[in-house]
Every structure is written in C-alpha cells, then in structure tokens.
Write a protein that binds this ligand. Structure first.
Ligand SMILES: Nc1ncnc2c1ncn2[C@@H]1O[C@H](COP(=O)(O)OP(=O)(O)OP(=O)(O)O)[C@@H](O)[C@H]1O
Ligand SMILES: [Mg+2]
Length: 151
C-alpha cells in the first residue's frame, strides 16, 4: 500500500498530522526517511502538537539520539543518523528502551536506514521529499506513506 500526499506548507502538515494521529496506537513504530532538512523532525513536532504535547520540546535528537515527549500516548523520538551499526546502537541503550517502552508508546525513527536491523515490525514508513513543480517552479513537498520499511 502506498499513499502520496502533497504537504507543502506547515499548515498542510499540521492538518495532515491532526487527522493521521487518529490512526495511531500504542506499540506503533514509524520510520521517517528523507534527505537532511526534508521535514522529519518537523513532522514529529506536528504529531506531538496533535497529541496534546509541547511542540517546543521537540528537537532533533541527533546528538542525544533519543527523546521522550509526554503526550496523550507517550512519544519516543529516535534519530539514528549518528549510529554506526548494531554494536554501536547496543552501546547507546536504544534497543533496551525499545524493548521496555515502545509497547506502550508511539515511536518515531529518523534515519532508520542507518541500522535497518534494529526496528522490528514497522507500522508505517514515511518518506519526505522536496519536488520542484514544473508548472510554477516553486518547491513542493510530498509525504509518501508505505505500509512497511523497504528491505
Ligand atoms: N511541510 C513543510 N512545509 C514547510 N516547511 C517545512 C515543512 N516541513 C519542514 N519544513 C521546514 O524545513 C526545515 C527542516 O526541517 P526538519 O528539521 O524537520 O528536517 P529533517 O528532515 O528532520 O532534517 P535532519 O535529517 O537534518 O534531521 C525546517 O526549517 C522546517 O520548518
Ligand atoms: Mg531531523
């Protein structure tokens, strides 16, 4: 299954997040792919807003690797950009947090392809892309939702 949405403004993104959040449940793990600056962290911010959390608390966990956000269902936000394989990931404790907390949380993972073995069953895979519109020459953004992480 694949759905493609045009999400060019932050208002579009918030509207999409407000609706999509209704489909999420505890235990879901969502992988977020796309180039640097494609909008992965901004999407997590929109989801946290939609779930009654504090969007100002959402920062890219590039250095800390993992953040928790109190929301109607707890949100875990992982950025795997700096992970160098499974052994490195084990040392960070991320697999332990996933085992213990992800069943009662909703987990979002930026840069999942850095350690594809780590994530177990994925509820949805989201791909963020910037595309140049041929008609207006303006930048547009699309969000593609796939039902599984590409292997
Ligand atoms: N749908 C959108 N509409 C307009 N601007 C957006 C949208 N999504 C993201 N942006 C803007 O793009 C910039 C980069 O976004 P963001 O930090 O979310 O990217 P990222 O994919 O998490 O990058 P990284 O891989 O470096 O973590 C931000 O300034 C954000 O405001
Ligand atoms: Mg980010």
């Amino acid at each position: 299954m694949r759905e493609i949405h045009d999400i060019t403004t932050l208002a579009d993104l918030q509207a999409f997040a407000n609706a999509w959040v209704e489909t999420l449940q505890p235990g879901d793990l969502i992988t977020l792919s796309g180039e640097l600056g494609a909008g992965k962290t901004t999407f997590v911010k929109a989801i946290v807003t939609a779930m009654g959390g504090d969007p100002d608390g959402v920062q890219s966990p590039t250095f800390s690797l993992l953040h928790h956000y109190p929301c109607s269902i707890p949100v875990i936000h992982i950025d795997a950009y700096r992970l160098e394989g499974v052994d490195d990931a084990m040392r960070t404790g991320i697999p332990d947090v996933l085992n213990e907390e992800s069943p009662t949380s909703i987990t979002f993972v930026e840069w999942p392809e850095k350690v594809p073995q780590l994530w177990g069953p994925v509820s949805a895979h989201l791909l963020f892309q910037e595309v140049a519109s041929t008609e207006t020459q303006k930048k547009q953004r699309t969000l593609t939702i796939e039902s599984s992480f590409p292997s």
